[in-house]
Design a protein around this ligand. Structure first.
Ligand SMILES: [Ca+2]
Ligand SMILES: [Ca+2]
Ligand SMILES: [Ca+2]
Length: 398
């Protein structure tokens, strides 16, 4: 852990279970922290990681540095504190339809609600009678591994017509590609659309799109990639350098994956077996592998994110009335479960799970699974108390 992060933890913005007196002088164990680079970076790559880290956490935008004029927050780190999951206090609201087919509310800074404004400007208000979705910030860890999975491997997990008859039919979200985004090697397309993989509905193709649009949509910061002012819609000079955007993208790509803890405990091992036996693994795919990557530390690795990166219809309770790409209102991209047990450390000592943080425990998150996951949820409900406990113990170890 860098000294700056320890300082941050002790000034209280980063909510960590350990008190500061316990944290110093002995820093928390490596498997308890999220804010570090993957192993095997070159010195130049480490330097870029650190530049991205500073821009992500310490660049707090003001009117002078381009903030707004309408915005949601003032830094990446204010929502993604310590790179862990965010809190319901820092949700984003999106409404309408993000694709070209019919959002009539795209004039003010796109589908996201910019609910704050500099003095002299009107913040955006939610139009009446339109579906709106509230998203809590996801953790940002291990995203470079997810970025480096080959499209062919994602498609191999899809079962659009439910050919195996298990009631589960994961599909990719086919999105329109931003003009500034470069295709990955081996990218698949269909009717001019590409596979999205970042965001809760997988609306972003890669981490450059995610980052450039976060600067623009969340903070009102224009860049070479997203040059349109969030308020006037007019093209402006970049308010952030291209190098800084690329440093942040590199930082996101090389943030290490969370490390499983207590993996040799008998209960954890037994809980992992329950996870597969009742079919949680049909969507939360335990292991994936990366393909080629210009960052050698990420190329051809096996990693354990517990997601298939596909969209699933989760039933009417989780339907948010908001669509992205080809994803329908009840569809969500299976979230990675790695880091799950650590997420409440970043959420003020309490879990806020599912896309909007409505589940305050792992068990309640499981019980909210409907739609394609309804049969698996019933199998969970049919377990004895002992098996349920083992399953939760396993999930907490991730
Ligand atoms: Ca601006
Ligand atoms: Ca907007
Ligand atoms: Ca199936």
């Amino acid at each position: 852990m860098k000294r700056s992060s320890v300082l941050l933890a002790c000034t209280g913005t980063f909510l960590f279970v350990l008190s500061c007196s316990k944290m110093q002088p002995s820093a928390p164990a490596d498997d308890m922290i999220l804010d570090g680079p993957v192993a095997g970076l070159s010195p130049e790559q480490n330097a870029q990681f650190l530049r991205g880290d500073v821009a992500f956490n310490d660049d707090i935008f003001t009117r002078e540095t381009g903030l707004g004029p309408i915005f949601v927050s003032t830094s990446c780190g204010s929502c993604h504190a310590g790179d862990g999951k965010g809190h319901p206090f820092t949700t984003l609201t999106r409404f309408g339809q993000s694709d070209s087919s019919g959002n009539t509310w795209l004039h003010l800074g796109g589908p996201q609600l910019q609910n704050r404004a500099l003095p002299g400007f009107q913040p955006e208000v939610l139009p009446a009678g339109v579906g709106a979705s509230r998203f809590t910030p996801p953790a940002n860890t291990g995203l470079g591994f997810i970025d480096a999975v080959a499209d062919a491997d994602i498609l191999a997990m899809a079962d659009p017509d439910d050919a195996d008859g298990d009631g589960i039919s994961g599909v990719p979200n086919w999105i329109r590609m931003k003009s500034y985004v470069k295709e990955r090697q081996g990218s698949h397309s269909r009717a001019g659309r590409y596979i999205g993989r970042f965001g809760k509905k997988a609306g972003a193709y890669d981490l450059l799109q995610q980052t450039a649009s976060a600067y623009n949509q969340d903070m009102g910061i224009t860049s070479l990639y997203e040059p349109y002012d969030v308020y006037s819609g007019e093209e402006t000079d970049p308010e952030i350098s291209t190098q800084t955007v690329l440093d942040v993208v590199f930082y996101l790509k090389t943030l290490k994956a969370p490390v499983q803890r207590r993996q040799n405990e008998a209960e954890v091992i037994a809980g992992g077996a329950v996870f597969s036996a009742i079919g949680c693994n049909k969507c939360h795919t335990p292991q994936l592998k990366t393909g080629a990557s210009p960052i050698s530390a990420l190329a051809y690795r096996t990693f354990a994110p517990y997601t298939d990166l596909l969209m699933h219809d989760m039933g009417p309770e989780l339907d948010d009335g908001y669509t992205e790409g080809t994803a329908t209102t009840a569809e969500w991209r299976t979230p990675a479960l790695w880091g799950l047990g650590l997420s409440k450390n970043a959420q003020g000592g309490q879990y806020f799970l599912m896309h909007d943080g409505r589940a305050t425990s792992i068990e309640s998150a499981i019980l909210m699974h409907g739609g394609e996951a309804a049969a698996v949820r019933s199998r969970y409900q049919g377990l004895g108390a002992d098996e349920k406990n083992k399953l939760i113990r396993f999930l907490e170890s991730l």
